[in-house]
Ligand binder design. Sequence first.
Ligand SMILES: C[S@@+](CC[C@H](N)C(=O)[O-])C[C@H]1O[C@@H](n2cnc3c(N)ncnc32)[C@H](O)[C@@H]1O
Length: 260
Amino acid sequence: MSGATPADPSRYQQAGRSTGDEVSYRAAMESYFDRAGGSNVEKLENFAKFASRQTLARHLCLTEVFKLVLEVQGDVVECGVNWGGGLMAFAQLSAILEPVNLQRRIVGFDTFSGFVKIADEDAKGALFTAERRAGGYQADCLADLQECVTLFDRNRFIGHVQKVVLVPGDAAATIPAYLEANPHTVVSLLHLDFDLYEPTKIAIEQLLPRMPRGAVILFDELNNRTWPGETRAVMDTLGLTKLRIRRFAFEPHMSYAVLE
Ligand SMILES: C[S@@+](CC[C@H](N)C(=O)[O-])C[C@H]1O[C@@H](n2cnc3c(N)ncnc32)[C@H](O)[C@@H]1O
């Protein structure tokens, strides 16, 4: 995704369609959520009152893509976890739709301290964003996510078998190290959401050999004027012309390719 959360005002600004209403929507929702009736858990049970149209659309995409790999062997790997909404969406979908698939792990790579460095491929010709810097999109939430996963495990079948794996650190080092430590790894779904050229290129180079036919690559920043690095990384590895890249009519950012 192009922002820390789908309601992040920079998301609208990046798309070049910022309006005062769109930017103030986030602040108004923050205030409404605080004032609305019900406990926090009751609010979550009524999440459609609060989640933005963009957030719900994004989750519909994640659901549709996850369904494509239900019968494909392998883990889900999310490259770029940020606050964890996407990673936990995949975890919940696995717990709901395939509760006995104790093999499938949902593996998330993130520094949890934001971007490491920006390459020329990320900056040249790109639209301005204040997040394009070392430390951009920092989400210091590893401990919070670990607690989230513990709660998640309490409320699913076979909860004693690990489902979510959080891998903190620079993906340039952690992806090769993870594969070294987990040589059995097969990947059914690769979500590329680092936003940047170098970690995306490394993720593709390291993980593509682990992906069987029928596996899916989910892209967040292809053809994105703010984050050209993802397109460049795909061109320099997979090759755009070799992929049948599909998108969703109802969501502007996500696209995907089924490996053929
Ligand atoms: C747009 S956010 C990911 C959003 C998330 N997938 C979601 O659905 O909410 C991009 C994330 O990539 C991470 N990231 C970028 N470069 C990285 C690298 N070299 N190693 C690890 N994480 C990195 C950042 O820390 C940031 O949290």
